[in-house]
Design a protein around this ligand. Structure first.
Ligand SMILES: [Fe+2]
Ligand SMILES: [Fe+2]
Length: 135
């Protein structure tokens, strides 16, 4: 897997949301760098903490704008966010229980989230948000 570099294809057209999405790319890169240095295991707790920060801030911002704009896909979208929340909780519980969690599992989950959620589901609200004047 390659290091992720932000480019305009990732943009949802709202700078606040783009800045938050960049945090996900930073998590992916931090995990990659750590794994390349054989420090993947040491990085896991920090990445999981960042996942919690990310989901608490970003999902509420995004869902707030969806609500404000009357986005019809809000409930289905929130269900996807709930899957991320469940995964983060699962990872934290397993780490706290002393289970060996593969750093690869985390970086793969985050990379898939970027491709399947941000690039597909988040992109569906961009037209409406732009029409409502969000920038
Ligand atoms: Fe998002
Ligand atoms: Fe989302």
């Amino acid at each position: 897997m390659a290091i992720m570099i932000w480019n305009e294809t990732y943009s949802v057209g709202v700078s606040e949301l783009d800045e938050q999405h960049k945090g996900l790319l930073r998590m992916i890169n931090e995990m990659h760098y750590a794994m390349n240095d054989d420090k993947g295991q040491e990085a896991i707790s920090s990445i999981i903490a960042q996942m919690f920060d990310y989901m608490e801030l970003h999902f509420s911002t995004e869902e707030g704008y969806m609500h404000q704009c009357g986005y019809l896909g809000l409930l289905a979208h929130r269900a996807q966010h709930d899957e991320f929340r469940a995964k983060a909780r699962d990872l934290r519980e397993r780490v706290n229980a002393g289970e060996f969690v593969l750093s690869f599992e985390i970086v793969q989950f985050l990379s898939e989230w970027l491709q399947s959620h941000i690039m597909v589901s988040d992109m569906k609200y961009t037209t409406l948000f732009a029409e409502k004047g969000l920038r």
